[in-house]
Design a protein around this ligand. Structure first.
Ligand code: GLC
Length: 725
């Protein structure tokens, strides 16, 4: 593998996204959008701070501190903080809410994303600023919020807190609320008189909640204010009380982040630990409907689960609350026509509601469109459980939707068209987070220029030199090694942190076993590989096992860049020869080609290893080689009999992931740098076109490439060298 970082591909869009956040910045907080939402919203600020954290720590912190300045004395964090200078454009405002002591806030809360946002801010603090002061300031406020939730919203200590208004879920008119809202007989005659203002900002009524919904929203607010916001009284009367799967999942995730903050600040975190455990297991046990194969919210008034299929049901992945089996089932649903399958085409992942339901509506607010915040959380959740391909496909959609259709509030799940408010803050903020996370040079560049001296290898290290003779030569050592590697990955996968714990692998007896298998490789007879398929499978598996072995052996913490020339400096001995990853890739799999930016073929003419080179270069191998960084293929075991099918799948997955972004409206295509480095392997620009057309999903983007290739501007995406833990 060859590492070079260039590309400024997303510069213009990063600028545009920052501009959205700047235009919505009021001096103390960021409005969700200029017209429709002029005040400060609770979870919006959490998402916004996550985006800001990458380039303006000060504003990110202020976003949250201004919100928490309005925390109620009982710890509740209101869902809206009103700006007294812009009253009159929104309903309901403080005159309607009548919050205690004349507070300029609403009287309900929202999903508590804030500990997660604080941890993210801390993780992105620049050098010279540990970010600890900020955490010290926020910790007691976050604790007060979580204590409020467990004390007031979970009085019977079930581990699941209840919401008492659809607005508290953040998904106002979600189909999941249809049934519980039926409990409310909102009689116009007894309802307070009110006027909707949300329809006065140019958004068509069919993209917003209906009047019937609004009557019920108002009914509930009226109840709360009549009860003086005393939770014990509200609880007795309230016809809408739901243990919402989304709210509890975000709380569960926030507990985990709060725990990390508390531990870092050396606080006594016993209470937080209990919350983590209680909510995580309650979600997994009590919000899971086995027959429906999905997570659901629990209607606490009627005492039953609400069988509605919304994207909220995927949030236990973000929480790390789903078991492995549950995650597997969720993945299957996510990857089906219900939620826009991988390679389905003509849809965007993931719509907020099951697309096969009769009342699915690709335009109406929380009843079918794609929302970036939900997708962002689901994608993180999928990554946590190892479903990288689907997560990447989602990331690609989250990046392309705003670029193609604007920074809208939500997007049509079939056409991508943007709806609701334009210039919407969290769309811009999370777009920025994704771009900084996956494609930014700045972020990684900082560390790369500081080589980790301790691990610099002067000479090549042969990783299978320990040959204790106890291991008989196996017929298929590469296969055994891959099986062993997969076993190690499986065993040492840390569900909570969503990564492979390479450090623990190093100390495990399983690793000792693995080393023995690798040692057996020394006696393997390469001449026993006959067909091209057998050879290709062997060398791909060998390459992948070697790279992972190298990462573990050399104690690489976050990037293979920590060891200069990593791909040259490690190797496996087989027979009389040693093969580095570069030798396997360029010398053998690429049919002895020259590495990018080099003048000569990898093996010199007299190199005896040349006899093992494949005769024909198949560019699909680029998508099967795991290179120990996030942009590369997920690790998979290749079999000679299934070779072509597997390589097709690898190519298809890659081409339809966030490594290929087609923007017909901009006459532009962003391609992974792999297509730049190995242009010749694909047959030049025209070859790349053919390759893309072969593997891309057939939709309007396929047509666009087919027709306009000669005039399309191609830019290359930054290559992310962070470890794919
Ligand atoms: C709507 C959304 C909610 C969001 C708010 C401000 O009420 O349903 O999730 O926080 O607008 O953007």
């Amino acid at each position: 593998m060859f590492g070079l970082f260039s590309t400024k591909g997303f510069k213009d869009y990063v600028k545009a996204a920052r501009q959205v956040l700047k235009a919505n910045w009021t001096g103390a907080y960021t409005r969700p959008s200029p017209g429709l939402y002029p005040h400060q919203w609770n979870w919006d600020s959490g998402f916004i701070a996550i985006g800001l954290a990458h380039y303006d720590q000060k504003r990110a912190r202020q976003e949250l501190t201004s919100l928490f300045d309005h925390q109620w004395p009982n710890g509740m964090l209101p869902h809206i903080v009103f700006n007294p200078n812009v009253l009159g454009h929104y309903f309901p405002e403080p005159d309607f809410w009548q919050a205690p002591e004349g507070r300029l806030t609403s009287g309900i809360t929202m999903p508590p994303l804030h500990a997660t946002a604080c941890w993210h801010i801390y993780e992105n603090a620049r050098k010279g600023d540990t970010g600890k002061d900020f955490l010290n300031l926020m910790y007691p406020k976050l604790m007060a919020l979580h204590r409020y939730l467990y004390r007031e919203r979970d009085p019977d200590r079930s581990g699941l807190v209840y919401i008492r208004h659809p607005w508290e879920s953040g998904l106002d008119n979600s189909p999941a609320w249809d049934e519980p809202l039926k409990q409310i007989r909102a009689d116009k005659k007894t309802l307070p008189v009110y006027e909707r203002k949300d329809l006065k900002h140019g958004v068509p009524a069919d993209q917003r909640p209906g009047d019937g919904d609004y009557d019920r929203y108002v009914y509930l607010v009226d109840l709360f204010r009549r009860m003086g916001y005393r939770e014990a009284d509200i609880r007795k009367e309230c016809p809408f009380m739901v243990r919402d799967v989304l709210f509890n999942s975000i709380l569960c995730r926030a507990n985990r982040d709060l725990l990390m903050i508390g531990d870092l600040l050396k606080q006594d975190t016993a209470e937080v630990r209990e919350w983590v455990e209680a909510t995580s297991s309650a979600i997994s046990d009590r919000l899971w409907c086995a027959e429906c194969k999905q997570f659901e919210s629990f209607d606490a008034v009627n005492g039953r689960l609400i069988h509605s299929a919304t994207a909220a049901g995927f949030l236990p992945l973000f929480a790390g609350a789903a078991s492995r089996d549950q995650a597997q089932i969720l993945f299957k649903t996510l990857d089906s026509i219900a939620f826009c399958a991988l390679h389905q085409g003509n849809c965007f992942t993931v719509p907020n509601y099951d697309m096969t339901r009769e009342d699915f509506d690709s335009r109406n607010y929380w009843r079918g469109p794609v929302w970036i915040n939900i997708n962002w959380m689901v994608s993180k959740g999928l990554k946590r459980y190892g479903y990288t391909e689907k997560a990447d496909a989602m990331n690609r959609d989250m990046i392309q939707l705003p670029i193609r259709f604007g920074f809208h509030e939500y997007f049509d799940s079939r056409t991508g068209k943007g709806y609701g408010s334009d210039g919407f803050s969290w769309t811009a903020a999370l777009f920025l987070d994704l771009v900084y996370e996956y494609y930014s040079e700045d972020k990684h560049g900082r560390d790369w220029f500081k080589p980790h001296k301790r691990d610099r290898l002067k000479a090549m290290k042969v990783l299978n030199s320990l040959d204790d003779g106890s291991m008989a030569a196996s017929d298929a050592p590469a296969a055994d090694m891959m099986a062993a590697i997969n076993h190690l990955k499986e065993r040492f996968y840390d569900v909570h942190r969503g990564r492979v714990d390479y450090e623990t692998i190093r100390h495990s007896p399983d690793y000792g076993e693995y080393q023995k298998i690798a040692a057996g490789l020394r006696r393997f007879n390469l001449a026993s590989l006959s067909s091209d398929e057998e050879k290709t499978a062997f060398w791909i598996n060998l390459y992948n096992a070697l790279v992972i072995h190298g990462i573990v052996d050399l104690r690489i913490a976050s990037s293979v860049k920590e060891v200069s020339n990593f791909f040259k400096k490690i190797g496996y001995g087989i027979g009389d020869f040693v093969f580095s990853p570069d030798a396997v890739e360029h010398g053998i799999l690429r049919a002895n080609s020259r590495p990018p930016y080099k003048v000569f073929a990898f093996f010199k003419r007299k190199d005896p290893r040349i006899e093992f080179s494949l005769q024909k270069l198949d560019p699909r191998i680029h998508f099967a080689l795991v290179c120990g960084s996030r942009s590369c293929a997920p690790i998979r075991f290749y079999e000679a009999e299934k070779m072509s099918e597997q390589l097709n799948m690898a190519a298809k997955n890659f081409v339809n992931s966030s490594e290929v972004i087609v923007l017909p409206e901009k006459d532009k295509v962003f391609l992974s740098q792999i297509f730049d480095w190995y242009k010749r392997d694909f047959g030049g620009k025209e070859g790349i076109r053919r390759f893309l057309l072969r593997y891309l999903d057939k939709d309007e983007k396929w047509d666009f490439i087919d027709r306009n290739w000669s005039t399309i501007k191609v830019e290359y995406l930054f290559y992310d060298w962070d470890l794919n833990h």
